[in-house]
Design a protein around this ligand. Structure first.
Ligand SMILES: NC(=O)c1ccc[n+]([C@@H]2O[C@H](COP(=O)([O-])OP(=O)(O)OC[C@H]3O[C@@H](n4cnc5c(N)ncnc54)[C@H](OP(=O)(O)O)[C@@H]3O)[C@@H](O)[C@H]2O)c1
Length: 252
């Protein structure tokens, strides 16, 4: 492909990140894949069908973001499309959130995307082209019970996106967040198990409960999230947005 771009997708081992990576690869782009599990990344690379780089890393570790970007640059040059998707959720009533859990939520959902943006932006500005998409959440926009640390981190990352978009608007670099409600991924499977064990409901009842939280009556699909990411890649006129993919849960 003439206009093959260098992409980096964090959290590309499964769920949303894997589908986004496949979507970018299908458009002919080179896709670097990072997450902690090398096996899952290799499985993603196998379904990408284009040039990929498998870069296992814990993005919350000191120096990890720098090392991932350096390895992409060594192989292909600067990242042109960054999808900061890696994230994790946890649930507890506010008084039971430990300092360690609070910090874990901030580290992966807020600080890791910040470090990725900070590292990606100079080369994007220099080239006059860049696409940055952060996977936020409906929790970037409204509060829900029992996920205060996750919600605070996801609100924070939307603030980061908005500020970066304002700063880069004249530089050919767009910065957006895609904000899904419950998506059918391993993360939601884990939420179902956690809620079921705490409430005594069956997993089936719990999943139905989560499906009903979206007015469309079902979970969001990974393809629907990847469609929104692709829209942000394609559309140079959209920046600073938090695009809801939530089955009508939030109207904006
Ligand atoms: N599922 C939902 O309902 C939902 C809704 C709204 C927003 N989101 C957001 O969407 C994004 C993707 O979620 P998902 O549902 O696809 O989750 P998932 O299935 O659990 O996948 C998360 C990915 O992030 C990676 N990751 C987690 N911690 C990491 C770390 N410390 N360093 C590097 N990679 C790490 C995981 O790989 P390893 O564990 O191997 O590192 C995995 O590849 C997250 O930001 C999440 O908050 C999800």
């Amino acid at each position: 492909m003439a206009d093959s771009k260098t992409c980096l997708v964090t959290g590309a081992g499964r769920g949303i990140g894997r589908t986004v990576a496949v979507r970018l690869a299908a458009a002919g782009h080179r896709v670097a894949l990072t997450a902690r599990s090398g096996d899952e990344l290799t499985a993603t690379a196998a379904v990408c069908g284009s040039e990929t780089l498998v870069l296992p890393a814990d993005l919350t570790r000191e120096g990890a973001v720098e090392s991932v970007f350096a390895r992409v640059e060594d192989a292909w040059g600067p990242v042109e499309i960054l999808v900061a998707n890696a994230g994790a959720a946890s649930s507890a009533p506010l008084p039971k959130i430990t300092d360690a859990e609070w910090q874990r939520m901030l580290d992966i959902n807020l600080t890791a995307p910040f470090r990725c943006l900070r590292r990606a932006v100079p080369a994007m500005k220099q080239r006059g082209y860049g696409r940055i998409i952060v996977i936020g959440s409906i929790a970037s926009k409204r509060g829900e019970p029992y996920i205060a640390a996750y919600t605070a981190a996801k609100h924070g990352v939307l603030g980061l996106v908005r500020a970066a978009a304002a700063e880069l608007a004249g530089a050919g670099v767009t910065v957006n967040a895609v904000c899904p409600a419950y998506v059918d991924t391993p993360m939601t499977d884990a939420s179902v198990s956690g809620i079921a064990s705490r409430t005594g409901r069956s997993e089936e009842e719990t999943r139905e409960f989560l499906e009903r939280k979206q007015p469309i009556g079902r979970l969001i699909t990974v393809d629907e999230v990847a469609d929104a990411v692709w829209f942000c890649v394609e559309n140079a006129g959209v920046t600073g947005q938090g695009i809801n993919v939530d089955g009508g849960a939030m109207q904006s």
